[in-house]
Each structure stands twice: as C-alpha cells, then as structure tokens.
Design a protein around this ligand. Structure first.
Ligand code: NAP
Ligand code: HSE
Length: 430
C-alpha cells in the first residue's frame, strides 16, 4: 500500500531525502507493507536544478498542496529557520499528520510548543537529524539510555568550527584563512556567524540536554562563546603545552542543577575528543549505569543528514503499521532543573596576555595569580615585539567566577597591555 509523504524544502538535505526514500522504498514495503512515496515537494522555485531526478514527486510553491492534502500522512520539513517552518509544522500536526524535521533552530527555540501540539493531536514529531547529522544521538538518549541517569554530555557538535580549528592546527593558518576554506568547501555559509559564534552548537546542546537531563532547557541558559578570538598563536601555544583547541559543548547535571556551556576549550591530546578532526562531530555521554560512551560521525552534509531524516520516516512507517504513535522525545515541562554557575565546577584555565617586557613585570603578574588563588601549572613567555612580551599561563583548577575575576584584575594592571584570550582546559575523564 502507498504511504504519501509531503516534503517541505528541497535543498541540501531535502534533495538527499528524495533520493534515499526512493532507494529504500522496496525495503520499507517488504518490511512494513507500506511503500513510502514522496508525493509533493514545496519549494520557492520549481525550475531550479536540485541535483536529483523527480519521478513520482510533484514540485509546488503552494503550501496547501501538502498541508491540506488528506492523502499525505507524513510531512518532512527541511526548509530550516523559524518561519514559515514553524507555522507549517504546527498546521501539519493539527491536521493529524506526523512530522519529521531536521530543524535544530526551531526545535531548540520552540520544541516544547511543537511537542505539546503533537501530543494533543496524537501524532509524532521526530528530529534525529537536528543534532549531529548522521550520528544517532536523539534516539539513543531517548530510548536506549533511558535506564540511566545521564550526568555528562561533552561534544564537538558543530562541524564548521571543528573544520576551521582543525585547519588552523594542521596547516598553521590563521582564523580568517581557515574560515575562507570552510566557505569555499561549502561548510560555512556566506554569513557564518551562527556557527563561529557558537549559536548553532548552543542550540544543539539545548536539544540534547533537554532529552538527557529530562527537563526544559532554554537557549539563554547556555553560556556561549565562539571561536572568532582564537588565533594561530593560541593554537600553537596550546600545542606546545600538550593540548588541541576545540569548540566544546558541555552539559552537566549536578544532582538536579545544570551547567551548560559552549566555549573554545583546550583538550589534552590524549583525550578521545582531541582526535575528532575536520567537519566530524562527536558526543561523549556519561550515564550512571552505562558508564562512558562516545558517538562519532558526520554531523552534516546531504546524505549523512538524509540518513537520519529517512531513518525517522521509516520509524514512523513501522509504527503506522503497528498502529501506534511514536512517543515524542520528552522535553518535560513538569520538572525545571535550575541552570546555575557552580563554584565547585572547576577547570584549569589558559590565559594569553601581552605585557611590558621589563624587569619585575612577570613577578607582579605571578603575584596576582597567587593572590587570586590560581596556582600556575604551565608558563610560557615569548617576546613578540620590542618592549612587549606574550605570556601564556595554564592554571591549576579554579572556578569560572575566579577565572573571570582574575582576567579583570590582570587587565587592570598598568603593565598588562591586553588579556587576549581566556579558555578552560578540559581534563581527561575522571
Ligand atoms: P537549504 O539547502 O537552504 O534548503 C532549504 C530549502 O527550503 C530549499 O529547497 C528552499 O527552496 C526551501 N525553502 C526555503 N524557504 C522556503 C519557503 N519560504 N517556502 C518554501 N520553500 C522554502 O537548507 P539545508 O541545508 O537543506 O537545511 C535544511 C534544514 O536541515 C535546516 O533546518 C538545517 O538546519 C538542517 N540541517 C542541515 C544540515 C546540512 O548539512 N545542510 C545538517 C543538519 C541539519 P528553493 O530551493 O526553491 O529556494
Ligand atoms: N552548520 C552545522 C555545522 C551543520 O557546521 O555543524 C548543520 O547542523
């Protein structure tokens, strides 16, 4: 029996979905008795070449051709952004259609409303592709690891910034040159801000934390810092001290209190996340029963993302055969775990600063570290130009508020020209 699907958007991901649904239709029919067919596809321009052949599919610019078509049982949204995607998804759910979406921006910002609407209308919303592209993350956190209390999420969940930092490390180029390469290869968009300023990773962390920690999480709960200020010098100094720099998303549940951050972070070379290069993503999860797990793979791209979208479509088709609604991943509103800054959530910190190259300056700076309760673990000092020295210090563990205060006090010293960079250092898993 034919099962009709409506596809909203047919760009990078949508075109991959068209070809993969067609490729797997025989298998799904043999498995379930339902043959998935993409009946209609909503786009803005029906004449555009999309690098995919259309056979049964009809291109349209009229949303009602999908949303008001009673024959269509599953709507797949690959438009992206908030509007009109949100309106279309809500309308589909209210019309009793199941929804699959790859839209992390929408799920991170409006997930609770969308999931509530799905529950009210007894339909499903699945969004495995919204985080980590091909890597199964939503499903494992929601289903396979549900017997666990998940306490830690640590991950590289933005491919563009990982590519940029990897290029800066391996080719010793600066941020601007690596960004240009990411744009030339199609990883970074013309306006790359949401990737390089950490917002894309923060949205993904909101989605993962909501599921893993079973609570509602908001974007403003995440402490976010991007990679714009990371220089080739930082990359080189980190390397000399035994680290690589990654944009690390970290979520922790400290017995009911959450800490959430996305920040450029130094990772010891012996840590498994240090070896996640190029545009790859990885997520490290700690559960009280499962212990430590690491998920790794392609976090973006046409076919990797289509793999996750079509996996969700097949899960829905299976459930339709069995006659039940897939429970949507729980973004619970009943328990709100507070997001806090904890004094006992301590890290080592990397400081790079420029100061006058004169007798007694280093002693003065070292004294400030001592007075601030920040013990120095590694110190590097280089002369960068006449009369000015660059000083890099990696401290022993201190709280983030202490690190912030120390950076402010250092910046106030008359001998200090600038505190150029402050980054936490991730430890090897305890
Ligand atoms: P994309 O290449 O820009 O494609 C967007 C598609 O939506 C285009 O076909 C466009 O139509 C259509 N569209 C946009 N606005 C529309 C409107 N108002 N009405 C009708 N159609 C409209 O985007 P993408 O990279 O495939 O990303 C899609 C979604 O997947 C996003 O939510 C993104 O975050 C998510 N995602 C992407 C990746 C990835 O690797 N690209 C990975 C994971 C998740 P036209 O072609 O006619 O302009
Ligand atoms: N812009 C994202 C990244 C891909 O670079 O990881 C889609 O999630």
């Amino acid at each position: 029996m034919k099962l009709s699907i409506g596809l909203l958007g047919c760009g990078t991901v949508g075109a991959g979905v068209v070809s993969l649904v067609r490729k797997r239709a025989d298998k799904v029919e043999a498995m379930t008795g339902f043959r998935p067919i993409i009946k209609s596809i909503l786009v803005r321009d029906t004449d555009k070449d999309r690098g995919v052949e259309f056979v049964d599919e009809r291109l349209t610019t009229v949303p009602a051709d999908i949303l008001d078509d009673d024959d269509i049982q599953i709507v797949v949204e690959t438009i992206g952004g908030i509007e009109p995607a949100k309106t279309y998804i809500l309308k589909a759910l209210m019309s009793g259609k199941h929804v699959v979406t790859a839209n992390k921006d929408l799920i991170a910002l409006h997930g609770p409303e969308i999931l509530r609407t799905a529950v009210e209308h007894e339909v499903s919303v699945l969004y495995e592709a919204a985080v980590g592209g091909a890597i199964p993350l939503v499903g494992p956190l929601k289903e396979n690891l549900t017997a666990n209390e998940v306490t830690d999420l640590k991950g590289i969940i933005n491919g563009t910034t990982n590519f940029i930092l990897s290029e800066m490390t391996s080719k010793r180029i600066d941020f601007e040159a690596a960004l240009q390469m990411a744009q030339d290869l199609g990883y970074a968009e013309a306006d790359p801000s949401s990737d390089i300023d950490g917002l894309d990773a923060a949205r993904k962390l909101v989605i993962l934390s909501s599921i893993a920690f079973e609570t509602e999480v908001h974007l403003q709960d995440v402490q976010v810092e991007g990679i714009r200020k990371v220089t080739a010098t930082d990359v080189r100094y980190a390397e000399e001290a035994g680290y690589v720099i990654k944009l690390l998303a970290v979520g922790r549940d400290h017995g009911g209190e959450l800490t959430l951050s996305v920040r450029p972070t130094l990772i010891p070379r012996s840590h498994p996340l240090a070896h996640v290069s190029d545009a790859y993503n990885a997520l490290y999860v700690r559960g009280d029963a499962a212990g430590d797990l690491m998920f790794f793979g392609r976090g973006a791209g046409r076919m990797p993302t289509a793999s996750a979208v079509v996996g969700d479509i097949i899960a829905l088709v299976r459930n339709l055969r069995l006659g039940y609604v897939t429970s949507s991943p729980n973004i619970s509103e009943s328990v709100r775990k507070p997001v806090v800054e904890r004094e006992d959530d301590c890290y080592k910190y990397y400081f790079r600063l420029t100061a006058l190259d004169q007798p007694g300056v280093f002693a003065h700076i070292a004294q400030l570290y001592g007075e601030s309760g920040a013990s120095m673990e590694t110190v590097l000092q280089k002369r960068v130009e006449s009369g000015r020295a660059e000083i890099v210090v990696v401290t022993h563990e201190i709280s983030s508020s202490r690190a912030r205060l120390l950076a402010e006090k250092l910046a106030d010293l008359p001998e200090v020209h600038e505190v150029n960079m402050v980054m936490p250092v991730e430890s090897i898993a305890e």
